[in-house]
Ligand binder design. Structure first.
Ligand code: SF4
Length: 387
């Protein structure tokens, strides 16, 4: 029997073990002459307890433990290194089974990003202090090895796409990251904002959300999960339909008009700014929730007062909050970071126009925590066979 392929959910052996939902586990056990309740048992071992070694699943028979090992229930990557920043950010560098390297980043939540918060979802140990005293952490997840979107200010975009990650590889980032929480910390939110465009790879992204939000597993409420997109309109529509608008949505807009956006985001030639705004209007957002607009400020490109005014007009019909992110300078680009005064001026204009506008500090600069930087610094290793 050959082991399942973690790089995709569905292979010759059916759904990969880490990517199986409880009902799929139940069907698997029933088809193999075992009682269905074993399905929920194994799903809880994997997604609630983070146990990927069948030998440690103490309530299974020895024969089943051996069989699950043979079918590929094993970590889909190896932890290469953990880089810890002075500000508490932790970046995990992971090597996939085919040699590619991706990263996920644990980030302490700021007060502002906590503003829509409810109770935390999942924690690092069972003996923690009360919920309200725990430090909330967000995990930034990667969905692809490299990225096809080619945004000029982004290290991943300059590297190009190698392949998408399977749902097993996406969900296992959460299982791994929980092991790196400090005492008194809780993993509260997930953002699909690491390497890759999650909606370019919709089926695996959606399956990973179903896995991570399942009540028998890690149990993240959908409102604690945010998917960030550069603006793939069909994917935005599917996400809204499949999850009823409950999954948070962040749009990497970065420009108020097509002529500016075209220069920095090649994908804008397929879905222009007006199409994007329309798709956000149609997203079935629950009342009192807001879409996040990400806006990377690049000196002389999109950071002028006229851009701020145009942005304020463009977003008028939407319920949004705006994150301003001064550009991280990357080696592969000649673009420059904006001045502090320019950033302040831009923010003030949006605030005066009535928007909630947050300046995102660059977290983990000392560990290259911006999207894709670490894997690039370590050389993005291409697997021998692409998918
Ligand atoms: S910003 Fe996001 S969508 Fe654009 S190239 Fe980078 S990873 Fe891809």
């Amino acid at each position: 029997m050959s082991a399942a392929d973690p790089t995709r959910s569905h292979g010759p052996g059916g759904v990969h073990p880490i990517a199986r939902l409880p009902e799929e586990w139940e069907a698997y056990f029933e088809a193999n002459g075992e009682r269905a309740f074993r399905g929920a048992q194994v799903f809880r071992w994997i997604h609630q307890r983070g146990e990927l070694d069948p030998a440690k699943m103490s309530d299974l028979s020895k024969a089943w433990r051996v069989r699950l090992s043979e079918e590929g229930l094993a970590p889909p990557f190896e932890l290469v290194e953990v880089f810890r920043s002075r500000d508490g950010t932790r970046k995990l560098l992971l090597e996939l089974v085919d040699g590619g390297r991706v990263e996920c980043v644990l980030i302490p939540m700021s007060k502002e990003s906590d503003e829509d918060d409810e109770s935390p979802a999942t924690s690092g140990s069972s003996a923690e202090p009360p919920t309200d005293r725990r430090r909330k952490m967000t995990l930034c997840i990667s969905t692809q090895l490299g990225c096809a979107m080619g945004c000029v200010f982004c290290a991943s975009g300059q590297a190009g796409l190698v392949r998408g990650l399977g749902a097993a590889e996406i969900a296992a980032q959460v299982l791994e990251a929980r092991r790196h929480l400090d005492d008194g910390e809780v993993l509260s939110n997930l953002v699909y904002m690491g390497m890759g465009e999650p909606l370019h790879h919709y089926d695996e992204t959606a399956r990973s959300i179903r896995l991570l939000s399942h009540g028998e597993g890690a149990g993240f409420g959908l409102r604690r999960i945010t998917v960030s997109t550069v603006g793939l309109v069909p994917g935005i529509r599917r996400l809204g339909e499949d999850f009823g608008g409950k999954v948070g949505l962040a749009l990497s807009l970065h420009a108020p008009s097509d002529d500016v956006r075209q220069k920095i985001i090649p994908m804008n030639s397929r879905f222009g700014v007006r199409d994007l705004v329309q798709s956000l209007r149609e997203y079935p957002l629950p009342r009192r929730r807001r879409i996040t607009i990400e806006y990377t400020l690049i000196s002389g490109v999109n950071d002028q007062p006229a851009h701020a005014r145009a942005l304020a007009n463009l977003l008028r019909p939407l319920s949004v909050k705006i994150n301003l992110i001064p550009m991280n300078v990357i080696d592969a680009s000649s673009l420059a970071a904006p001045s502090d005064e320019g950033v302040e001026r831009f923010r003030d204009l949006l605030v005066q126009a009535g928007y909630s506008c947050f300046l995102r500090r660059r977290r983990g600069d000392d560990v290259a925590a911006a999207c894709g930087q670490l894997a690039l610094a370590e050389r993005l290793v291409r697997p021998s066979a692409s998918s």
